[in-house]
Design a protein around this ligand. Structure first.
Ligand SMILES: [Zn+2]
Length: 587
């Protein structure tokens, strides 16, 4: 039930098309009484001052994931009731929109169940001991009333603790409008550990939910180091409070989503959270998401300012919002000494190798790949169709950084470009155009160089690795080719690294491609020896006989090693001696 103290007062809400008399706030009550079946029971209520048509909309997507979502498939038992009317009809007008025709004045309540059984950085999940909610998935909004206060109450067990991007008082969260509600995920659970601190004036909470080992003693210090580095780079932080909401999963998992005042990170396996590669992932994703506080949450492509939750928000600058963030997330860990030189160079190596492996670089530019996020950006779609805005964008960012360092003889870096963009958005408004960014970059590298770089590397499909190798040389980093993996270099084949290896890549210039070796085929035997783990397939000769399985069909292929190099891996290392530009880069 909605708390009786929530009696709404009335105000005039101006809509460009019509003038309505609306209630001053929208209320949501979320209850866990069906959590054991993964259901959140939701009641939405609002009061109308006069009869009118009402549209209720479930967001068509969520910020951070630029594709249409089907949240409506998680809804059932959608019912409407009214304080003064029994016969109120609720119908759908599209897959995620409901309407009430000529709704009478008075209080309207909409009740429904939301199936919350997906645990990732941007979803909803509930069971007996936890309620994790991204309101953008499950809260219907009342069209035309997005700008009024949105109040959310929780009906949860008394021993649950609640943590989220916005504060909760007595299980109540107040968002100033629908945008803020949708940007404010939270978790309520018995197992919640929170580490509170302050970094350069930003109140910081590192919150863990799940079955985690004891965090390392220097965790807080480590987070402070990279956060300080970022705040210094921008000359200030747009928010005074930031929450890392870290959901530890029992299985291997890696996902983070940015918000104005924090991030949700789903990461596992939980038992390894503070050691080895999982801990490196935790620091990597945390630094990446914090950088988004400026780059996409505060300063944003004008096509997404404000967000339109009803349809696709197309833009072409994924290389700025995700590419620069991916690159800078690692740079800031390196500059703050959380990452060693070796760790940082390894991250760059990964981007370079992924770029080299993806033949999509020959077909679609990073700008057009941004647009196509809305087509298949997050799915394992057709091979080699487009590039990743993360990988390609990170290399573009690296090239921009090294161009700035060289053009200014080490006096400026990409930090100065981004700080100037931040200042520009503070002065001119938070939505910026691609040309605004390029104009700022031109100040540092010159107009002609900027135009040439945009034309050759951003707006056109093509390979970047030769440009990257040349640029890295200027900061004393050597790039060497590694052809040890002969499956990749001589046969143009890559396999998944599990006990039953499957083909993940086929180089279009390879004999394997010509002969019809395809993605997803399982490698059963090499030269009549059964393959029982990926280790068995590393050492290969100049001719091989493969037995592959596709569905129920057994296929035999005989392949000869290629004389030219197919998939290449790179290795990065530092030259001995001092390099002034390396020092400028490292900060
Ligand atoms: Zn990101």
């Amino acid at each position: 039930m909605v708390n009786s103290s929530l009696e709404p007062s009335l105000c005039v809400h101006l809509n460009p098309a019509k003038t309505y008399l609306w209630a001053m706030s929208i209320h949501y009550q979320l209850s866990t009484y069906l959590s054991h079946q993964h259901f959140i029971a939701i009641e939405l209520s609002f009061t109308l001052a006069e009869p009118q048509d009402v549209e209720l909309v479930l967001p068509a997507w969520r910020p951070g994931r630029y594709e249409l979502a089907e949240y409506a498939m998680n809804m059932k038992h959608v019912e409407v009731s009214h304080s003064d009317s029994e016969a109120l009809g609720l119908n759908k007008s599209s897959r995620n929109v409901w309407y009430i025709e000529n709704c009478p004045a008075g209080e309207v309540k909409v009740n429904y169940l939301y199936y919350a059984n997906a645990l990732n950085g941007g979803s909803c999940f509930t069971k007996e001991d936890v309620l994790y909610v991204n309101p953008v998935n499950c809260c219907l909004f009342v069209k035309g009333m997005e700008s009024v206060e949105h109040i959310l109450d929780l009906d949860i067990p008394s021993d649950f603790k609640v943590k989220g991007m916005l504060p909760f008082r007595k299980n109540r969260m107040k968002a100033k409008n629908a945008d803020e509600l949708f940007d404010s995920p939270f978790v309520a659970a018995r197992e919640v550990l929170s580490i509170e601190s302050e970094v350069s004036g930003v109140k910081t909470s590192i919150v863990f939910q799940g079955n985690i080992p004891t965090p390392p003693k220097d965790l807080e210090k480590t987070f402070k180091a990279f956060m300080r580095q970022q705040i210094r780079a921008f000359g200030g932080c747009p928010v005074d409070q930031y929450t890392y909401l870290i959901l530890a999963t029992p299985h291997r998992y890696y996902h983070g989503v940015e918000h104005d005042r924090g991030t949700v990170i789903a990461l596992g396996p939980d038992l390894n959270l503070f050691r080895g590669s999982v801990y490196t992932d935790l620091l990597g994703v945390s630094s990446h998401e914090f950088y988004h506080t400026w780059n996409v949450k505060y300063m944003r492509p004008k096509e997404m300012w404000p967000y339109d939750f009803e349809r696709e928000n197309y833009h072409r600058i994924g290389y700025i919002i995700e590419g620069i963030t991916t690159y800078q997330g690692d740079v800031k860990l390196w500059q703050s000494k959380v990452f060693s030189d070796r760790q940082f160079l390894d991250e760059l190596t990964t981007h370079l190798n992924r770029h080299q492996t993806n033949m999509g670089r020959k077909h679609l530019s990073v700008r057009e790949s941004s647009m196509d996020l809305w087509v298949d950006g997050y799915k394992q779609g057709m091979p080699d169709r487009k590039v990743s805005i993360y990988t390609e964008g990170a290399l573009i960012a690296l090239l921009m950084e090294l161009m700035v360092i060289q053009a200014t003889e080490g006096k400026s870096t990409l930090d100065d470009v981004m700080a100037s963009l931040y200042l520009f958005c503070q002065e001119k408004g938070r939505g910026y155009a691609e040309t605004d960014f390029l104009n700022i970059l031109s100040i540092y590298i010159g107009e002609a160089a900027c135009k040439r770089f945009f034309k050759d590397s951003i707006d056109r499909a093509g390979s970047l690795h030769n440009k990257v190798i040349k640029a890295l040389k200027t900061v004393g980093v050597n790039v060497k080719m590694n052809t040890e993996d002969r499956w990749a270099s001589a046969y143009g084949l890559k396999f998944s690294s599990d006990a039953r290896p499957k083909v993940t890549h086929v180089h279009p210039s390879s004999e394997a491609y010509e002969q019809g070796v395809r993605l997803g085929m399982e490698l059963l035997a090499v030269n009549n020896y059964l393959v029982e783990s990926d280790l068995d397939v590393k050492d290969v000769k100049d001719e091989v006989k493969l037995h592959l399985k596709e569905g129920k069909i057994l296929i035999e292929k005989k392949l000869k090693a290629s004389e030219k190099l197919l998939y290449i891996q790179f290795e990065l290392s530092r030259e001995a001696g001092n390099n002034a530009y390396w020092e400028a880069w490292k900060g």
